[in-house]
Each structure stands twice: as C-alpha cells, then as structure tokens.
Design a protein around this ligand. Structure first.
Ligand SMILES: [Zn+2]
Ligand SMILES: [Zn+2]
Length: 151
C-alpha cells in the first residue's frame, strides 16, 4: 500500500466551518456521505447555543474529495495500519510531501521511493544493515581484512 492516493472519493466539509484554520487542519474526511452528514449533525447540535459557530456550520456543504494522499504500513505481516496524526487526527493530505512530514513526527519510517512503516514495524533492513560493524561482517566472511600498506 505504501504512500498512495485514496482510490475512492471521500467526503469533507466545505467551506471549512472552523473560525480559525491557522493550523491548517482543514476539514476532517469521511469515508461515506452518510458518515459526513452524521458528523455534521453532531457539530451542529454541539454549537446550537453559539450563534456564530451555528451559522458557520449551517453554511457547510458536504463535498467529495478526490485522490487524497495517505500512508499505509507496508509490514509484510499485513499490518495495514493507516497513518493518522496523533494530535490532529489528520490522515488525508493534499500532497505526498505532507504525508512524509506527518510520518516523521508520528514515528513512522519512510523508505524511498514510497514505502511506509508504522511505529510498531520499523523496517529491519533499514536498521540492520547499517548497524552491522565491519568486524561483524569480517567474522561472517563477508569482508576480507585490509592489507597493511607500508610506505
Ligand atoms: Zn480524503
Ligand atoms: Zn505496521
């Protein structure tokens, strides 16, 4: 699965109803239009007593979002965990660079060109090879001793 684009459209709120979007959270994304409508109903109920927020949510329409970028764990055991930001819950991104940036702060490993590994499954090849010292390689017969050069 790796770093890829969602195959099916998902659903988001437009315009983004939050007053301040300084942190760039945007809208949450939902798998189905029904799920988005249910969530929107919930938000409308929550802020019914706050006229400003209520007006913002009244203006929201549910719109399709196509081709969001996501990351899914490539562990060969079939983990398939999906990346989601610990703090914001964001899991869908506009560009692969944004996915990679989110992976970095959430303990995921990115191996070029587009492999993704969740924090529970760091890729063995990436760490293992680098950690092996020359002496270990020599002991394993993989590295001949260097000839001593006498000037
Ligand atoms: Zn999405
Ligand atoms: Zn995993």
């Amino acid at each position: 699965m790796s770093i890829c684009q969602t195959p099916a459209p998902c659903f988001e709120f437009r315009p983004v109803p939050w007053e301040s979007d300084d942190d760039g959270l945007g809208s949450p994304h939902y798998e189905t239009r029904e799920a988005a409508e249910r969530a929107l109903d919930g938000y409308r109920g929550d802020c019914a007593s706050e006229p400003e927020s209520a007006a913002a949510f009244d203006a929201v329409e549910i719109a399709e979002a196509l081709g969001c970028w996501i990351a899914v764990c490539d562990h060969p055991g079939g983990c398939n965990a999906e990346l989601a930001d610990d703090e914001t819950g964001a899991a869908h991104f506009d560009a692969p660079e944004d996915v990679i940036a989110c992976m970095a702060v959430n303990g995921w490993t990115h191996l070029a060109p587009g492999w993704a590994f969740c924090p529970a499954h760091p890729p063995e090849d990436a760490d293992g090879d680098a950690a092996q010292s020359g002496a270990e390689l020599e002991a394993a017969g993989l590295l001949a001793p260097l000839p001593v050069m006498i000037p």
